[in-house]
Design a protein around this ligand. Structure first.
Ligand code: ADP
Ligand code: MG
Length: 751
């Protein structure tokens, strides 16, 4: 054991003890437990009850009313065994506790006749019924207190001394499939709790007191063996804290490991660049020129976000930041400004998007935004050349791709926009300065790291001599907001900045859940009216089961059906993921220009598509979409100062679907919808993205334990400050490592 470990057994030690050390866990039971994922004493102890049955109340029989459940301590007066008319075994007792009598009936438990002979005394837990005018308990739970057969008080068999009554009985996730009962598991857990004894508590005492957390030994005992139901809550709170704390420690340490390892380019940019418009100034930076050229004023939120980002870009540590903002809050401008901060120092920027449509659109947007901007041209002393923005996706032709590769390597491309294609080995930068990942939820943490490595392996040198081994700065953007608690778990290694303001003059989209035929008809009429007024519309087609090709076919058929039906006479375009990119680009261009008036599409339009003239969206079979997806889809309209409409077609087949559609109608606030989504979907789906090492969130809930999570974060920051390897807290270090996947452990602790 490490010096400095707190006394007691560590989780690692418990994780090293196989369940077979417990009485009654032989090979067969051990195999059954293994099927439930329980192999060690640690696994068993962290298999928590999912509910409790309170059998702790004992009352006098005379005081027990019909319909009440309680424990009665009574003596057997008479025992009779017989068969019912259906041939079932029935054992009937008369018992008396000195205040009153009742009957006890056991069905299909013939052995009760031998166990509970007259003169025996036992605790009976059950519900008092009225059976043909007589007070009776049927099939109660029994603990024999005095066994009249043996003449002593040891009634239970040696392998099962656990009391069934006069206690709170924990109920475990038993499984009939593998042949394990909750009772068996409980028996082993109880033994494990007893044999584990005192548990080491790695959470510093000071913090335990400040957060009012009970010690771990107490918590582990009380969660499994509470004497009162009131004891469960502090126990659960403590153990849930531990789960969240380990997770936050891993994230915070990951962050510190990155920092310890990294040097950043000190980009030549200042927070002041956001405000100083420097009118009339002859020499202003690229970033300033960019901001000045925008056709609109930045929102306050954009200004604040950019000031924070610029300060970090100028600093000595690489940025690892999450930019959260609602749909339409203007994240793209912020991203481009950050990229230009790198470009103005002679470095390059990369913007990675999850889909081709989005990458292509970003490419067009960045080009438009960078229009007229120039950078120094190394080929001509004192000369300038236009900013070069390239596109790289899997559909880029081999010849074009080779050119982009060459120009990135040579530094002739300043900004590259692309999909996963950016991550291939052939992509080498001369000096990647700022990397932006849009719609991060579509990308994994690995892709984030891969993009960062593109910076590390930059060709370097030249006028970019300030980089030598530096990491690029990284900005991650989410498509729609995610709940604060989920962000702390999924992106806990990133700093966060929020765009909590929409550009001025945006009218909330009027959202209608159209169920009745006349409501649906009104939706299609709205499409016609808006198109007649020179605006554009989207129709999003139902998701269909099956391959992308099946999906493509379904949307093609729908396109034809609408053309010939409710939308006849309008110019309809078709967009789906299976189309060649030239065709996609073509239809998007036509839609932007108005040559196509109604775009019939799959969810490929979900992310980021930006056509401000679009004012109506009809989502068919809306109940099949999740909240985040619907919100993102709806974000395609309402992108100008005109009133927009979103019609959700669908019956709301399930209560959850109805709740989603109702939420969409009720609010257009993405942060609020994110919370509703978490509520409805549960956290499994959200956290699923993170499970790498041992899955450790068994008790903690992102919804219920938001403050515990914040506290865990705070303690994690505090204990690892100035001690990124947790050398001063060997117990904690050991525990965090226990829950990490090997590659994470190697990264955090360089082991
Ligand atoms: P999102 O945050 O959803 O990615 P975008 O970056 O696509 O949003 O911006 C949505 C639209 O708002 C774009 O048309 C963009 O040009 C515009 N926009 C961005 N910032 C502002 C602003 N400060 N004022 C007015 N319009 C803006
Ligand atoms: Mg966007």
């Amino acid at each position: 054991m490490n010096a400095g470990q707190p006394p007691g057994r560590t989780l690692r030690q418990l994780a090293g003890i196989p369940v077979t050390v417990l009485r009654g866990v032989a090979a067969k039971k051990a195999a059954a437990l293994a099927e439930l994922g329980i192999e060690t004493v640690f696994d068993l102890l962290t298999t928590y009850p999912y509910r409790y049955i309170d059998r702790s109340r004992r009352v006098d029989l005379a005081a027990l009313d019909v319909g009440d459940q309680a424990v009665v301590l009574a003596t057997v007066i008479e025992t009779r065994a017989r068969r019912t008319r259906q041939g079932r075994s029935l054992v009937e007792l008369v018992v008396d506790d000195g205040t009153a009598r009742m009957k006890v009936a056991f069905f299909n438990q013939p052995w009760r006749a031998h166990q509970l002979v007259a003169g025996s005394e036992a605790l009976f837990f059950g519900k008092l019924d009225d059976y043909r005018g007589r007070r009776q308990m049927a099939n109660p739970v029994v603990d024999v207190v005095v066994d009249a057969r043996a003449g002593d008080a040891t009634a239970a068999t040696p392998s099962d001394r656990r009391r069934r009554t006069m206690r709170i009985v924990p109920v475990y996730p038993a499984s009939a499939k593998v042949g394990l009962s909750s009772w068996e598991i409980g028996t082993w857990v109880e033994e494990a709790v007893q044999r584990a004894g005192v548990l080491a508590d790695p959470v510093p005492e000071e913090w335990r007191q400040r957060l009012d957390l009970c010690d771990r030994t107490r918590a582990m005992h009380d969660i499994h063996l509470p004497e009162t139901l009131g004891e469960r809550d502090p126990a659960r709170r403590r153990l849930a804290f531990d789960e969240l704390f380990r997770l936050q420690l891993a994230l915070v340490l990951g962050r510190r490991a990155l920092e310890a390892d990294a040097r950043a380019i000190r980009h030549r940019v200042s927070p002041l660049d956001v405000t100083s418009k420097a009118p009339g100034a002859t020499e202003s930076s690229l970033v300033q020129r960019f901001l000045r050229n925008l056709p609109f004023e930045l929102t306050g939120a954009q200004r604040r976000a950019l000031a924070a980002i610029f300060a970090e870009l100028a600093g000595p540590l690489p940025m690892h930041r999450l930019l959260q903002g609602d749909v339409g809050s203007g994240k793209t401008v912020v991203a481009v400004a950050a990229i230009l901060a790198a470009v103005q120092g002679g470095h390059q920027g990369a913007l990675m998007a999850p889909t081709e449509v989005l990458a292509e659109q970003h490419h067009a947007a960045v080009r438009a935004l960078a229009e007229g901007l120039t950078v120094p041209d190394p080929a001509r002393l004192g000369g300038e050349r236009p900013i070069e923005v390239a596109l790289l996706t899997n559909r880029t032709t081999a010849a074009a791709r080779a050119l982009v590769h060459r120009d990135l390597d040579a530094g002739a491309v300043d900004v590259v926009v692309g999909t996963h294609a950016l991550l291939t080995d052939a992509v080498r930068f001369r000096s990647l300065g700022v990397a932006v990942i849009d719609e991060q939820h579509r990308f994994g943490v690995e892709q984030r790291a891969a993009l960062r490595d593109k910076g590390r392996t930059s060709a370097v040198a030249g006028n970019a001599g300030d980089r030598a081994g530096a990491d690029p700065d990284l900005l991650v953007m989410t498509a729609t907001p995610i709940p604060r608690t989920a962000a702390m778990v999924l992106f806990g290694d990133l700093d966060m900045v929020v765009l909590d303001e929409l550009p001025p003059g945006r009218l909330p989209v009027t959202t209608v859940w159209a169920r009745a035929p006349d409501e649906v008809a009104a939706a299609w009429q709205r499409v016609r009216d808006e198109v007649a007024a020179g605006r554009r519309a989207y129709v999003v087609c139902p998701l269909v089961e099956g391959s992308d090709r099946v999906q493509a076919k379904a949307v093609t058929i729908e396109h034809e059906r609408l053309s010939a039906g409710v939308l006849s006479g309008l110019r309809l375009g078709l967009l789906h993921g299976q189309m060649p990119s030239a065709a996609k680009e073509q239809v998007m261009t036509e839609f932007r220009r108005g040559e196509v008036e109604v775009l019939v599409a799959t969810t490929v339009i979900e992310v980021g598509v930006d056509v401000p003239q679009a004012t109506v969206m009809v989502v068919e079979d809306a109940e099949r979409f999740g909240i985040a997806q619907l919100h993102q889809l709806r974000g395609r309209v309402g992108r100008s100062s005109r009133q927009s409409w979103c019609y959700l077609l669908g019956s709301g087949a399930t209560p959850d679907a109805a709740a989603r559609l109702e939420a969409m109608v009720r609010t257009s606030d993405g942060f609020e919808l994110a919370e509703v989504d978490l509520e409805l979907r549960g956290e499994g789906t959200i956290l699923g993205a993170r499970q790498k090492g041992r899955s450790d969130l068994k008790l903690a809930s992102l919804r219920r334990d938001a403050d515990l999570l914040a506290a865990a974060r705070q303690v994690a920051e505090a204990v690892s400050e100035d001690d990124p390897l947790l050398s001063a807290h060997p117990g904690l270090q050991d525990e965090v490592r226990l829950f990490l996947a090997p590659e994470e452990e190697a990264f955090l602790f360089k082991s």
